[in-house]
Design a protein around this ligand. Structure first.
Ligand code: DAT
Ligand code: MG
Length: 167
């Protein structure tokens, strides 16, 4: 399998709730390599670019408000199969459906009881407060790291534990 990169972001609720250490620890313990890390107040335009695929969704404005409502922790992680593996560690989008043992399953709840029905189809129970983001493909991993980090903010390095993690 290929060495991949993924963009992981602790959302404003995770920062406000003091979950930064806990979340970083889960990726560190698994054995992935941290290559980028910063606390950052996200401008609206960047949030819109990051979530541009969801632009047409009725919850888009709320999503942008939420992501820009306080500082986030931006991270780049590297490893074999890291994109899919990180998504498993994170768990299902809606914390209500996320399995115990996952970040969202252990650390987040369904938020809010208001719902609206969107014009096309779907239910819109708010479940934006799901603590963490993870890229959904290796291509998006690269795209998002380039979007959130400036040149020189991502480090290439060899962790001392590397020979103990892989044969
Ligand atoms: P994920 O964050 O699991 O990759 P996504 O990329 O489909 O999920 O959506 C991005 C964020 O948008 C998600 O973390 C929470 C919010 N969101 C997604 N679908 C939603 C919905 N139907 N109602 C409210 N918020 C939603
Ligand atoms: Mg996504």
């Amino acid at each position: 399998e290929d060495v991949e990169e993924t963009y992981i972001m602790i959302k404003p609720d995770g920062v406000q709730r003091g979950l930064v250490g806990e979340i970083i620890t889960r990726f560190e313990k698994k054995g992935f390599k941290l290559t980028g890390l910063k606390l950052f107040q996200c401008p609206t335009e960047l949030a819109q670019e990051h979530y541009k695929d969801l632009q047409s969704k009725p919850f888009f404005p709320k999503l942008i408000n939420y992501i820009t409502s306080g500082p986030v922790v931006c991270m780049a992680w590297e490893g074999v199969g890291v994109v899919a593996s990180a998504r498993k560690l994170i768990g299902a989008t809606n914390p209500l459906n996320a399995e115990p043992g996952t970040i969202r399953g252990d650390l987040a709840v369904q938020t809010g009881s208001n719902y609206t029905v969107d014009s096309q189809d779907s239910m819109l129970i708010p479940f934006g407060r799901n603590v963490v983001h993870g890229s959904d493909s290796p291509e998006n991993g690269k795209r998002e790291i380039a979007l959130w980090f400036k040149q020189g903010e991502v480090c290439q390095w060899t962790p001392a534990q590397e020979p103990w993690l892989t044969e």
